[in-house]
Design a protein around this ligand. Structure first.
Ligand code: HEM
Ligand SMILES: *[C@@H]1O[C@H](CO)[C@@H](O)[C@H](O)[C@H]1NC(C)=O
Ligand SMILES: *[C@@H]1O[C@H](CO)[C@@H](O)[C@H](O)[C@H]1NC(C)=O
Ligand SMILES: *[C@@H]1O[C@H](CO)[C@@H](O)[C@H](O)[C@H]1NC(C)=O
Ligand SMILES: *[C@@H]1O[C@H](CO)[C@@H](O)[C@H](O)[C@H]1NC(C)=O
Ligand SMILES: *[C@@H]1O[C@H](CO)[C@@H](O)[C@H](O)[C@H]1NC(C)=O
Ligand SMILES: *[C@@H]1O[C@H](CO)[C@@H](O)[C@H](O)[C@H]1NC(C)=O
Length: 329
């Protein structure tokens, strides 16, 4: 059942059978050997492409890793974040306020998908590509590897208005972050570890302007921020330049535990980052990650596996092109 699932056409099912299929598929166990017989070279193709992309632009590692997160939190890991609008009245996830002009890497995913379609037509799902890419991008910039479980079935729906409320937001407090992760079956510790994804990548300056220039509406800098760090941020991010970029941690090109060191030394950037230390669990984990980086590097992979298991709420089938639901070149 699982091995031929993604190839099946919705039209070949009666509605009753379709719902049976969906129910089974939603519960289907993912497996590291899912493509072993149908596309044994899938993982090596993805890895070679990710290596090449990141070698030509190291900053892409962050963007590519983040796509899996934004995919999984909305309708489960179903590739819905990759879908383009075909009807201008219905915006898809990637156009939502939280994603538009923020998510990157779509062209690279399309290229990987094309190569996979040449090697093994009709086999590898877009959601699985995102899971493989997230691992390979992380490893390429210093993270530890983890086994990627495969066999996800792509969804057909993608709606901008489902993004708000599903994804965490930059000003969320600890309680809110825990609630948002709980909605997809992830606990507070998962949330704290996965926030370590901010060990790589960059953020628009405007995302932390309140902390720099108007803390609690008082026209002051957040007094909890390291003063020298604040001076540096103000130089890099003047109030007139909200669309400039700042690195998410002090070593944004390398996946490591510096993110947690930054938090502990009052150099956290987003309110959601700083919020981790408002709870004893976050403080404890940040200290552990700094003292024992290898534990963080290992546990990040385990948390990514758990995140990658968020079931698709409406699995549909395989796509020829990751941006479209119907076969299309
Ligand atoms: C805990 C709640 C989270 C919040 C509130 C949050 C919020 C944000 C924001 C506001 C940005 C910058 C967007 C921009 O300025 O365009 C960002 C970037 C990023 N986030 Fe998160 N995030 C969270 C969790 C995560 C998780 C779980 C991961 C991955 C496991 C992740 C990976 C990334 C990466 C890699 C970037 C940089 C992207 C790039 O350089 O293109 N984030 N996040
Ligand atoms: C789909 O949308 C992305 C941006 O969201 C764009 O870069 C890409 O060209 C679009 N793909 C196609 C095939 O139209
Ligand atoms: C997304 O960003 C583009 C480029 O800035 C803009 O033209 C478009 O209107 C935005 N889409 C939405 C839905 O806001
Ligand atoms: C999400 O929706 C809430 C309430 O509906 C609103 O306060 C918030 O600003 C929205 N966030 C975004 C990013 O649209
Ligand atoms: C956290 O944020 C939520 C909503 O954003 C708010 O209702 C709650 O009071 C906040 N909790 C704390 C401890 O500030
Ligand atoms: C905010 O503070 C800056 C200097 O820190 C000052 O130049 C500006 O006039 C203040 N704005 C208001 C509205 O008080
Ligand atoms: C973050 O690191 C990447 C890779 O080294 C680099 O391309 C990018 O410019 C950096 N971003 C910022 C804002 O420093």
């Amino acid at each position: 059942m699982a091995s031929d699932g993604p190839n099946m056409q919705r039209t070949t099912f009666t509605s009753v059978l379709f719902f049976v299929f969906v129910a089974v598929a939603a519960e289907a166990q993912l497996s590291t050997s899912y493509y072993d017989s149908t596309c044994p070279q899938a993982a090596s193709i993805v890895q070679a492409k990710v290596d090449a992309f990141v070698e030509s632009d190291r900053g892409l590692a962050a963007a590519l890793m983040r796509l899996h997160f934004h995919d999984c939190f909305v309708r489960g890991c179903d590739g819905s974040v990759l879908l383009n609008s075909t009807d201008s009245n219905i915006l898809t996830e990637k156009s939502a306020l939280l994603n538009n002009n923020s998510l990157r890497g779509f062209e690279q995913i399309d290229e990987i998908k094309m190569e996979l379609e040449c090697a093994c037509p009709g086999v590898v799902s877009c959601a699985d590509i995102l899971a493989l890419v997230a691992r390979d991008a992380t490893v390429k910039v210093g993270g530890w590897s983890w086994p990627v479980f495969l066999g996800r079935i792509d969804g057909a729906g993608s709606f901008a208005d489902e993004v708000n409320g599903s994804l965490p937001e930059r000003r969320d407090n600890f309680t809110k972050l825990v609630e948002t992760f709980a909605k997809v079956g992830l606990d507070a510790k998962d949330m704290i570890i996965l926030s370590g994804g901010h060990s790589i990548g960059q953020v628009h300056c405007g995302a932390f302007f309140e902390r720099l220039y108007n803390f609690q509406g008082l026209n002051i800098t957040d007094p909890s921020m390291d003063p020298e760090f604040a001076v540096m941020l103000k130089a890099q991010c003047p109030p007139t330049r909200p669309f400039d970029f700042m690195a998410l941690d002090a070593t944004n090109g390398t996946f490591d535990s510096t993110y947690y060191l930054d938090l502990l030394t009052n150099k956290g950037l987003l309110e959601s980052d700083v919020a981790l230390l408002s709870d004893p669990l976050g403080v404890e984990y940040a200290i552990k990650a700094v003292q024992d980086p290898n534990t963080f590097l290992f546990e990040f992979g385990m948390a990514m596996i758990k995140m990658g298991n968020i079931p698709a709420s409406d699995p549909y089938g395989w796509r020829k092109h990751c941006a479209f639901t119907e076969p299309k070149f």
